[in-house]
Design a protein around this ligand. Structure first.
Ligand code: ADP
Ligand code: MG
Length: 730
């Protein structure tokens, strides 16, 4: 493929551009040149580009890809338009041009546009006079834009309008039938930088840099995987010569993006492994065996057995275990954690289990005490409310090695917690802890303990590989036998009486009920009020002493919270009104109904977590979602998905598709560590896995990337490093 083609229209254009351009404005590296110096930009527009699109340099602009491409040879008719269509192109006639409305923001130019199949209004709020003068009623025009609905009418706001002859005039040799569309913002458009201008800037940029774009992948990879060269790919993503080249350009750029992320992650991991040898836990001894033979109250599921085997292999191998255990709510992760903590004890090492809330830590402590009944394994509990006198004793026992398992909250990362020989760290519900917080647990010791991170937020595999790129992943994909799927139903407020009647019936049968209110930020007074109002209306509908209702939320004192929790856990209270604090891990098998108020205000994964609180006993359980009348399409879709499936992985995948990977709960706090410019993790999973394998095999043969053919990779990795802090995700 000839990059500039045979014609030299654009070459001349480029030459003219370059003549106007003072070469001394370039820094040594042309790609880091301030975007201000690009012909057509200047300081004002540069500022806008930076503010609105984070484009500061030539390179930033070069990697600002069109969010979609449209085939300019394809037209839609007015009769075919519906508001769900993306950008479309119409060909027809302007019938009339009228200025309507008065006053700021109301005055608008309405062009009536028709093509024989129907007519549509094109609406402009800016540049009215200018546009009105330019368009000539009765002439043919090509219109490009996105249809939308206003006041029940389909219209197009601020579409592009061209006369057919003008098509392609500006693009010279780059001109093709397929045009990139760049997303722009209102501020940019007001600053005269809509799509058209961005296209022109891109053209100027490519004229200057195209021949200077360095290759980032070695030849042998390009050849083996039949990838376009980087300049070809960058040219064709912006100005595709053919549909096929556009597809290949996309593929190459995604490959590049994923390749360098995986190279960073795996290279960093290899470096870490070579410095930190893992403790070797190669014995299965008395504690494990006794527990297995005498105390284990049920058969392990096949999935539990498999993940325990995977962990035993890690811990026995001499490398440090760094594993993410994913398992849907109720899949029995705690038991798995307990069994590997017993292996640690058998090898003479201490373990700790860190939980995100005091309630959960306490519950873990109690269930472990139960599991370990009559066994000689000392388990202790440390939380923020552990009394000073108890702490002193606890710290002593810990330092002397008398305590085998320490369970707790954030309190575990305090400086005065000193183990004698910490060998295993288990972190439950991982997304509640920041990465740095996790590391604080073991930074103070010379040898790194094995690390197991457990999460019930089923992170789609592709995302896990990117966000937790250097954690191995184990999955429990099976629930213990005998669990009935939770019947999930969606109601609007008009059905409240019926729903309450159903709750009363359940309580009569001896069941317990959760009622959960959204509380987006626990400090927000409004939400807080919302819960209180809710509590009052529940108490009105379920009066005491016939019904006992308790309330639990994040702003209560720990002691009050525990008091309420205990009433519910012990079965003395029928109803627990709560915020999503109960989302995480609470286990009350007798609770059979989860009533979620304003369900549309919860995320999908959060709803799934909440639903996981019921269905833990032998009875049929219910998740009832109450929602307002006016649901957005998106909300309705989410809630209907909840009623359709109980599979947490499916929900997570769908969640990712609907909201985009940056937004998945569980990763929100940390956010994606990388800005993905072209890859869509919800769709490019296969490519990601393939690229990861390629990277792994390269590193296997050349761990330091010191071979000649891999020099370009080493350079690429080093230049990528400052923006992509791989240590953050390890
Ligand atoms: P999660 O994965 O959500 O943390 P838990 O570890 O809390 O799940 O387990 C949920 C419940 O299932 C607990 O009461 C636990 O004792 C029980 N359980 C765990 N494994 C099994 C099994 N193999 N068979 C039956 N019940 C099990
Ligand atoms: Mg759990």
């Amino acid at each position: 493929v000839k990059l500039f083609g045979a014609c030299c229209g654009a070459c001349t254009a480029g030459a003219i551009v370059l003549n106007q351009f003072n070469m001394s404005d370039f820094k040594e590296d042309i790609f880091s040149t301030n975007i201000m110096y690009l012909p057509g930009v200047g300081p004002k527009k540069a500022e806008l580009l930076l503010k609105e699109l984070e484009i500061a340099t030539f390179k930033d602009l070069l990697y600002y890809f069109p969010f979609r491409h449209i085939d300019r040879t394809r037209f839609c008719t007015v009769g075919e338009i519906n508001p769900d269509l993306p950008y479309i192109q119409l060909c027809g006639e302007i019938v009339s041009a009228n200025v309507e409305g008065h006053g700021r923001g109301k005055k608008r130019l309405v062009l009536r546009f028709a093509d024989g199949t129907g007519s549509i209004d094109l609406v402009f709020f800016q540049g009215l006079a200018w546009i009105k003068e330019k368009v000539k009623p009765g002439q043919k025009y090509i219109v490009f834009g996105k249809p939308n609905v206003y006041n029940g009418q389909i219209s197009m706001v601020h579409p592009e309008i061209d006369s057919p002859e003008a098509e392609g005039k500006n693009s010279g040799v780059f001109s093709t039938n397929i045009n990139g569309i760049y997303s722009s913002t209102e501020k940019l458009r007001n600053g005269y930088m809509g799509n058209k201008v961005l296209v022109r800037l891109m053209l100027n940029l490519l004229n200057i840099v195209l021949h200077k774009i360095p290759e980032t992948l070695p030849d042998y990879i390009l050849n083996r995987y039949k990838l376009l060269s980087l300049p070809e790919a960058l040219l064709n993503i912006h100005f595709p010569q053919t549909q096929e080249l556009l597809d290949r350009a996309r593929n190459r750029l995604k490959f590049d993006e994923l390749f360098y992320i995986q190279l960073g992650i795996l290279h960093h991991r290899a470096a870490k492994i070579s410095v930190s040898k893992g403790l070797v836990f190669d014995r299965i001894g008395e504690h494990f065996n006794y527990f297995f033979a005498n105390n284990l109250p049920f058969q392990l599921t096949a999935a539990q057995k498999r993940v325990i085997r995977e962990m035993r292999q890690d811990m026995g191998s001499g490398k440090q275990m760094n594993r993410l255990l994913q398992g849907d709510v109720g899949s029995g992760k705690t038991l798995v954690a307990l069994m590997i903590m017993l292996i640690a004890a058998d090898n003479g090492y201490q373990s700790c289990l860190m939980a995100p809330t005091e309630i959960l830590a306490t519950q873990h402590f109690e269930s472990l005490m139960q599991f370990l009944k009559e066994m000689d394994v000392k388990v202790s509990l440390l939380t923020g409310s552990t009394k000073k006198s108890v702490r002193t004793v606890l710290f002593n026992e810990l330092a002397e090695g008398k305590t085998s398992i320490l369970i707790g909250t954030h309190a575990l990362i305090e400086d005065n917690v000193q183990f004698k020989n910490l060998g295993l760290v288990v972190i439950d519900e991982q997304h509640r802890f920041g990465v740095e917080q996790r590391a604080k647990l073991w930074n103070r010791y010379n040898t790194l303990p094995h690390v197991l991170v457990m999460t019930a937020t089923p992170i789609p595999r592709t995302l896990a590989m990117t966000v937790y790129g250097d954690l191995d992943v184990s999955i429990i994909d099976e629930l213990p036998p005998g669990r009935k799927p939770v019947t999930t139903l969606l109601f609007n407020d008009s059905k409240r009486l019926r729903v309450f009647g159903f709750l009363k019936e359940q309580i009569k049968q001896g069941r317990q009920i959760y009622v959960v209110y959204p509380l987006i930020k626990e400090s927000e007074k409004m939400d807080y009020k919302y819960l209180e109002d809710g509590y009052e209306s529940i108490v009105r509908a379920f009066p005491s002493p016939e019904y006992i209702t308790v309330v639990v939320h994040g702003q209560m004192k720990a002691a009050d919270k525990d008091f309420s929790m205990n009433l519910f856990v012990s079965g003395k209270a029928h109803i627990m009104v709560a915020t999503s604090v109960i989302e995480v891990g609470v286990n009350v098998p007798n609770a059979s109904v989860m009533l979620i108020e304003s369900a549309e205000r919860f995320g999908l994964s959060q709803l799934h977590q909440l639903r996981g609180r019921v269905g833990r006993g032998a009875d049929q359980s219910y998740c009832l979602m109450m929602a307002g009348y006016k649901l957005s399409r998106e909300s309705r879709k989410r809630l209907e998905l909840m009623t359709a499936t109980g599979d947490g992985f499916k929900i997570a995948e769908e969640d990712m598709k609907m909201r985009g990977p940056g937004d998945i709960e569980g990763t929100q706090q940390s956010g994606l560590p990388f800005k993905l410019r072209i890859t869509d993790l919800s769709k490019d999973g296969e490519l990601l896995e393939a690229v990861r394998k390629i990277v792994a095999s390269i590193l296997l043969q050349d761990p330091d990337l010191s071979h000649d053919e891999n020099k370009v990779l080493k350079a690429g990795l080093e230049s990528a490093a400052p923006q992509k802090d791989f240590s953050k995700i390890s």
